[in-house]
Design a protein around this ligand. Structure first.
Ligand SMILES: Cc1cc2nc3c(=O)[nH]c(=O)nc-3n(C[C@H](O)[C@H](O)[C@H](O)COP(=O)(O)O)c2cc1C
Length: 176
C-alpha cells in the first residue's frame, strides 16, 4: 500500500458508486430532497476537472411544476423529431421507450456549458474547443456518482434542443 492509496473500505465505496450507478427515469418517491443533500452532490459536481480550470458548467435547480411542464414539452417536440427518423416498425418500438422522468422527478437540474466563460483563450482548449463540453460531462458524472452514494436517483435527458430548454426555464442564453 502506498501512502496515497485509500483504505480498503473507502476504495470499496468508490467502486460501489461506479458499478451501481444507474440511469433512473421512474419510481421516484415523494420524500423531498433536503437542500443540504442537494448541495453535497452539487459540490461534488463542482469539484470535477475542467480544461484550463474553466469550470464552464451551470446547474439550474428546477422545482417549479410549470417550468418542468415546459421543459417536458420541449422534450416531446424533440422526441417526435427523433421518432420520425426511424422506419415505421422501429418508430413504434422507439415510442415505447421511457426516455425521461422530467415531471415525475422532484428536482430537475438543467446543466449548461458556458462556452465563452473566461474568454476565447483557455489553456488546453485552444486546439480542441470541445474540451469545455467534456469538462461539463465530467461534472455531471461526479454528480451522478455522488447521487448514487447518497441514494438519489438521477438520469440524463438531453433529448431536447438546448435553446428550447433554456427558453423553457429562466436560463440566460449566453450560458449555452
Ligand atoms: C451523454 C448521455 C446522454 C444520455 N441521454 C439519455 C436520454 O436522452 N434519455 C434517456 O432515457 N437516457 C439517456 N442516457 C442514459 C443511457 O441510456 C444509459 O446511461 C445507458 O442505457 C446505460 O444505463 P445505465 O446508465 O443505467 O448504466 C444518456 C446517457 C449519457 C451518458
Amino acid at each position: 500500500m502506498n501512502k496515497h492509496e485509500f483504505s480498503e473500505k473507502h476504495k470499496e465505496g468508490v467502486y460501489r458508486a461506479i458499478f451501481q450507478r444507474r440511469d433512473i427515469r421512474a419510481q421516484f418517491i415523494d420524500t423531498p430532497v433536503p437542500d443540504v443533500l442537494l448541495e453535497k452532490v452539487l459540490r461534488a459536481a463542482h469539484h470535477a476537472p475542467s480544461v484550463g480550470f474553466m469550470q464552464p458548467w451551470n446547474f439550474l435547480v428546477i422545482r417549479d411544476r410549470s417550468t418542468k411542464d415546459k421543459v417536458h414539452q420541449a422534450f416531446k417536440r424533440a422526441n417526435e423529431q427523433s421518432a420520425a427518423m426511424f422506419d415505421e416498425q422501429r418508430r413504434e418500438k422507439y415510442r415505447t421507450f421511457k426516455l425521461e422522468g422530467i415531471r415525475e422527478a422532484p428536482i430537475n437540474l438543467l446543466v449548461t456549458c458556458d462556452r465563452s466563460r473566461t474568454g476565447p483563450v483557455v489553456i488546453g482548449r485552444t486546439v480542441q474547443p470541445e474540451m469545455d463540453v467534456y469538462s461539463t460531462v465530467c461534472a455531471v458524472q461526479n454528480l451522478w456518482l455522488a447521487a448514487r452514494a447518497e441514494g438519489l436517483g438521477w438520469a440524463g435527458s438531453p433529448s431536447s434542443r438546448n435553446g428550447n430548454c433554456a427558453r423553457s426555464s429562466t436560463c440566460p442564453m449566453k450560458w449555452w
